[in-house]
Design a protein around this ligand. Structure first.
Ligand code: SAH
Ligand code: F3S
Length: 439
């Protein structure tokens, strides 16, 4: 029996894809997953190209695998993911010992490619887009504990000027609502209680056939009808498509968590325009205001890009200002990275690296402060906790998570596992809270 080793970089969607790869291969060719790459017959790298650094990592990794292949020429090395879509043949040119290059949407073709590779000396490349066939596998990705991911759409029709994703994941394709519901029902049978819907821009989910038209909010309602699912999350949302209908669903679907990742990217309208994000700071604030009216305890998180071409000190200060105004929870910030074939790559990148680093340092310090502020504010409050499991070491202690994904330890009996319980948060430790159940 062959052994496969899969290394995954990047976003949750890549993690989900790798999981599908593992399942398809185990099903279709006689093989088993291994966590020891030195023992593998097939080495698979699922790559990320969102920033230049993640792309460079690919060749360092391949270099390491090359030595294994020298010792055992029968080893198959396959590269997939966003860098594969972006660079295709160029990967082979730089690393001619690579056997297979597959794309973000051709992972279902891997078994056949591996089979063909045994007869064929040349590198095999298939990075075709526009297919959702890869989803036709009856399996699901358990994230951890009682949570799982599910991809509902893939690709992006927006053209944010900095972003490479529309090139690597292609145009938007939404999965049929039936497939999604079926997959969730399968998850439920395996005791999943919380799901995270994945997509580059979940808000623009749109599925239509002769009978049905499904939008994102309609899909949310449909999923919320599944009794066993206690919590629903989704990533990523785009402020431009965050419609009143979606906002309204927070009123009607209690299972939607009080936590939303809604990337603003910058607090400067000038920069937002250069990024072609399709909203301004005022519109963003309006959306947040509407959500908070329905859900006063909602916590918002965001992504920020620092040092976008043309970003002045003043623009950056506007970003710091919006962070204070919104009080973001657990957010991410990145130094702008120039990506091939994007509009921003033609703009004059006039912010020095030193300046970018200083700005990043500043923003990350503030974001961490805000996150800790939310932690401190949580002490003394009563939170809805999804109980995932019992503590392995501390007897009679349970482990659960808050709606904004913080871990909580508290005493309780095992029959609470899989349920939502009310817990008063009493103490903050470095990596978790302590609390006591109140119902
Ligand atoms: N809607 C997408 C966003 C993709 S990338 C999704 O989640 O699927 C995640 C974050 O990476 C973006 O929100 C942005 O803040 C950051 N990012 C994207 N392109 C970037 C670039 N060229 N340089 C730096 N950061 C970037
Ligand atoms: Fe990228 Fe903008 Fe789409 S960040 S994924 S082009 S919404």
């Amino acid at each position: 029996m062959k052994k496969i080793y899969i290394k995954t970089w990047g976003c949750q969607m890549n993690e989900y894809d790798s999981f599908i790869i593992k399942n398809i291969l185990e099903k279709k060719i006689n093989c088993k997953n291994t966590t020891e790459y030195k023992k593998a017959d097939i080495l698979i790298l699922n790559t990320c190209s969102i920033r230049e650094k993640s792309q460079e990592k690919l060749f360092h990794q391949l270099g390491r695998w090359k030595t294994l292949k020298k010792k055992n020429p029968k080893i198959i090395i396959a590269v997939g993911g966003c860098v594969a879509n972006q660079e295709e043949k160029k990967i082979y040119k730089r690393a001619p010992y690579v056997d297979i290059i597959f794309g973000t949407q051709t992972i279902h073709k891997l078994p056949k490619m591996i089979y063909e590779k045994k007869k064929n000396k040349n590198v095999l490349i298939n990075t075709q887009l526009k297919t959702v066939k890869k989803f036709n596998v009856n399996t699901f990705y358990k994230q951890k504990n009682l949570s799982a991911y599910i991809t509902i759409m893939e690709g992006c029709n927006k053209k944010c000027t900095f972003c490479i994703v529309p090139n690597t994941r292609g145009k938007e394709i939404s999965r049929s609502h039936k497939d999604i519901i079926l997959e969730i029902k399968n998850m439920v049978k395996n005791n999943i209680k919380e799901i995270t819907l994945l997509g580059q821009n979940v808000n623009s989910y749109f599925y239509k056939n002769k009978i049905y038209t499904y939008t994102f909010s309609k899909l949310l309602y449909k999923i919320s009808e599944i009794d066993e699912i206690k919590r629903i999350r989704f990533i990523t949302s785009h402020p431009k498509d965050f419609s009143n209908k979606i906002i309204d669903s927070y009123k009607k679907i209690p299972k939607l968590v009080d936590f939303l990742h809604l990337p603003i990217q910058s607090g400067s309208n000038k920069i937002l325009k250069l990024m072609k994000r399709g909203y301004n700071v005022e519109r963003y604030k309006k959306i947040i205001k509407k959500i908070l009216k329905i859900r006063p305890n909602m916590k918002i998180s965001s992504d920020f890009i620092i040092g976008f071409p043309g970003e002045t000190k003043k623009d950056f200060e506007k970003t710091l200002k919006i962070i204070s105004e919104i009080n973001f929870d657990n957010s991410f910030s990145f130094i702008y990275s120039k990506r091939p074939n994007t509009i921003a790559s033609t703009m004059l990148d006039n912010v020095t690296l030193q300046e970018k680093k200083e700005r990043l340092y500043k923003i990350q310090k503030i974001l961490l402060y805000k996150k800790n502020q939310w932690n401190r504010r949580t002490i003394g409050t009563i939170q809805n906790i999804l109980v995932h499991k019992k503590h392995e070491k501390l007897s009679k202690k349970l482990i659960g998570t808050t709606e904004n994904n913080r871990t909580v330890y508290f005493s309780g009996s095992e029959n609470k596992i899989g349920k939502i319980v009310k817990v008063e948060i009493t103490k903050m430790k470095k990596k978790y809270f302590e609390g006591k159940m109140v119902d």
